[in-house]
Design a protein around this ligand. Structure first.
Ligand code: HEC
Ligand code: HEC
Length: 382
């Protein structure tokens, strides 16, 4: 992954990189005034010491998230690729940035990203939403928002001088004389961190309403948690991913797994640039290793995988059943089932069509329908 050259982001990012797998969880200095409104089983997520959650920053960030003026061409906002009615993902295989660049990876859902131990599909060095927020804004590989060395002062001024934003900035930063990009990035990250999603049928079920899941979904849940399918090993816990960090932890891990989707060279290669954690660390054993996606709201975020290369949930389950993906035509020919870096839990299994339908019924029960329409997360300009 290449980063932008403009000094602005380099200053903001200084000191952020390091690729150790076990990281110390710094939860000191955190006193939140934010109403997280969580179900009892959820531990509070970590808030960066220099950007604690406040409702005022959340509301400012919500405006910025939907504001196309926050881009070089005035045509793109965060919401262009992170749409509320798709759980803040989109339905593109890979999205287009503001200058027509095709992003190498599929847009991710932003729901509950406050808890992910690392952010993005496969980057162990990105551990905060603040870091990630700068990449679409200022990045050049690919260009997304297209804010650069030349246009950033005018873009910042157009936001700061807007009458609608003045009270929002005053409430979010009452003691600050001069607002700069750091405050915009922090507020955007605060909004994203505050996108909480625990109102699915599955959540009603674990809260005690045994009728919330259909019989098919219950069978699917059992299959998901079985030693035959093995899904729960990587998609575990309340967020259905093993890449979780919360305030109760002293240390945290940033795990990545190769699920056998590619093998373009017979020795385990994934097509560049999407080589997963390997792209960042250069370590061969991390070839094709990606973060286990949270499966909450997965029914509304098709297509699937880091590059959007699987169209439906049924095909995802079939790929796991086959123990990986054997590509027999096109540019990525190769038998992913024989990828030497493949995780040992991707061993393949027998499954009937009816059982596939049950697994999908379970995955469908993870959709938080209210999230998709909740005004709290909606476009404030509409
Ligand atoms: C052009 C489309 C596009 C735009 C615009 C965009 N994103 Fe994204 N976003 C993506 C893609 C693609 C990924 C996956 C990136 C990767 O894996 O490298 C992503 C990932 C993320 C993640 C990581 C989520 C996770 O589960 O780890 C966050 C947070 C995020 N975006 C926030 C934002 C914010 C905030 C904005 C606006 C400043 C924004 N994005 C604008 C496409 C976009
Ligand atoms: C070895 C760990 C592991 C196991 C076991 C596993 N997964 Fe995954 N899962 C992942 C990883 C890693 C990804 C992302 C892979 C990529 O994009 O290359 C993923 C992606 C997915 C996705 C796509 C999510 C999205 O937003 O694109 C679905 C759906 C899914 N898994 C369901 C399942 C099911 C169902 C099972 C059991 C049959 C299962 N997984 C077993 C690690 C695992």
């Amino acid at each position: 992954m290449k980063f932008i050259t403009i000094g602005l982001m380099l200053v903001l990012l200084a000191g952020c990189y390091g690729d150790s797998q076990t990281k110390v969880n710094d939860t000191s200095a955190i006193v939140t005034e934010f109403n997280w409104n969580l179900p009892p089983q959820m531990a509070l997520p970590v808030e960066p010491a220099d950007n604690p959650m406040t409702e005022a920053k959340f509301q400012l960030g919500r405006h910025l998230f939907y504001d196309k003026r926050l881009s070089g061409g005035g045509t793109i906002s965060c919401a262009s690729c992170h749409e509320q009615n798709k759980a803040f993902a989109d339905n593109q295989i890979r999205p287009l940035g503001g200058a027509g660049d095709l992003h190498p990876r599929n847009s991710q859902s932003l729901a509950n990203s406050a808890w992910f131990a690392s952010v993005t599909w496969g980057n162990p060095s990105l551990t905060t939403i603040e870091q990630q927020t700068m990449l679409p804004l200022f990045g050049v590989d690919p260009i997304e928002h297209g804010i650069n060395e030349t246009n950033h002062p005018a873009i910042l001024q157009s936001i700061l001088q807007d009458a609608r934003y003045k009270p929002l900035f005053a409430q979010a930063y009452p003691n600050l004389q001069q607002i700069d990009w750091k405050q915009l990035v922090d507020s955007l990250a605060t909004f994203v961190r505050g996108i909480i999603s625990f109102r699915s049928a599955y959540d009603r079920y674990i809260a005690g309403d045994k009728s919330a899941l259909s019989e098919s979904a219950k069978r699917g849940m059992q299959l998901f948690n079985s030693e035959r399918l093995e899904c729960f090993h990587c998609h575990d816990g309340h967020l259905f991913t093993d890449s979780v960090r919360d305030r109760s932890m002293l240390v945290f891990e940033t795990p990545f797994h190769n699920t056998g989707l590619y093998n373009i060279d017979g020795v385990g290669g994934y097509p560049a640039p999407n080589t997963g954690a390997h792209e960042v660390t250069g370590r061969a054993v991390e070839m094709g290793a990606f973060r286990a996606a949270s499966l909450r709201n997965v029914a509304v975020t098709a297509p699937y995988m880091h590059d959007g290369s699987i169209a439906t949930l049924a095909d995802v389950v079939r790929t796991y059943a086959a123990g990986g993906r054997n590509i027999i035509e096109g540019e990525n020919i190769g038998d992913g089932r024989r990828n030497p870096y493949k995780d040992s839990f991707i061993a393949g299994f027998e499954i009937s069509e009816e059982e596939i339908a049950d697994v999908i019924a379970f995955l469908n029960s993870l959709t938080d329908e209210q999230l998709l329409i909740d005004d709290r997360y909606g476009n404030p300009f509409e």
